[in-house]
Design a protein around this ligand. Structure first.
Ligand SMILES: [Ca+2]
Ligand SMILES: [Ca+2]
Length: 257
């Protein structure tokens, strides 16, 4: 209030996010009180909130009736996590050109949970869920797909991707490239990763980021479609004789209520 009042003053408030009302209530200023705080919901998925005042009693609204607040939301709801079963294709030859697209039929591919890889020395052996015992000295890459369902992309306010890997990769959302590290420029199945990279998940001392870096995909929310979507990755080892290879791709989301 701009000045003390001798009668109780009240005003209604509403909090909205993405065009939908989240909560609301009444602020009551007892006589003598001039400052009150609007309680904001602690929901981490709310990236932006609008607070609007209305229907004052014993006073007038002379300043701003609404303010927009932004920031603070993170994509924390898991869409794809370690242990989920993926379709995968051993890179003994180039897969079809549309292998990473939503329409591609992966029903003839192998399937297995992440982490997918192998360890011929030490580090990842206790973590491997799908063991590629035939990969060393035979093929350099693995192509993998995991479908997930989004009922209403319009409600998605944040999207994040993490990839724990050894040694390089390219990731795609519905066929659109979203991230790459140490990937061969040609993206070809028979090319090595351009650098060595240690995954976080091993038992030794990782030289890669630990926990794996989270990549903000907010710019790719528009690539989501209602219903089935697909996250696809191609992962490359640094050499045929490399003693290890692994990848764990995860996807996280935040949606409005
Ligand atoms: Ca190792
Ligand atoms: Ca390796």
């Amino acid at each position: 209030l701009s000045r003390f009042a001798t009668n109780e003053v009240s005003v209604d408030y509403t909090i909205a996010s993405a065009g939908r009302m989240v909560t609301g209530g009444v602020l009551r200023f007892v006589p003598g009180r001039t400052v009150l705080f609007v309680p904001l919901p602690a929901d981490q998925s709310l990236c932006t909130m609008g607070v609007t005042l209305s229907d004052p009693v014993n006073a007038e609204l002379t300043g701003l009736r609404s303010v927009a607040l932004s920031g603070g939301c993170t994509a924390t709801d898991p869409l794809i996590v370690e242990g989920d079963v993926w379709r995968y294709f051993k890179g003994t030859q180039q897969p079809p050109g549309d292998w990473n697209s939503l329409s591609f039929d992966d029903s003839t591919w192998l399937s297995g949970p992440t982490p997918i890889g192998f360890e011929n020395s030490s580090g990842y052996e206790s973590r491997i869920a799908t063991n590629l015992t035939d990969m060393r000295n035979a093929y350099l890459s693995v192509y993998a797909r995991r479908e997930f369902v989004i009922d209403d992309p319009a409600r998605v306010v944040a999207l994040a991707f993490t990839m724990d890997y050894d040694d390089g990769y390219v990731a795609y959302l519905n066929g659109v490239e979203i991230a790459a590290q140490s990937a061969p420029a040609s993206r070809a199945y028979d090319q090595p990763a351009t650098a060595s990279h240690e995954a976080c998940c091993g038992s030794g001392t990782p030289t890669g980021p630990c926990p794996p870096e989270s990549i903000d995909l907010s710019d790719h929310i528009a690539d989501l479609v209602p219903g089935v979507n697909v996250l696809a990755v191609q992962a490359h080892n640094q050499s045929l004789s490399s003693s290890d290879f692994i990848f764990i791709a995860e996807l996280f989301i935040a949606v409005t209520p």
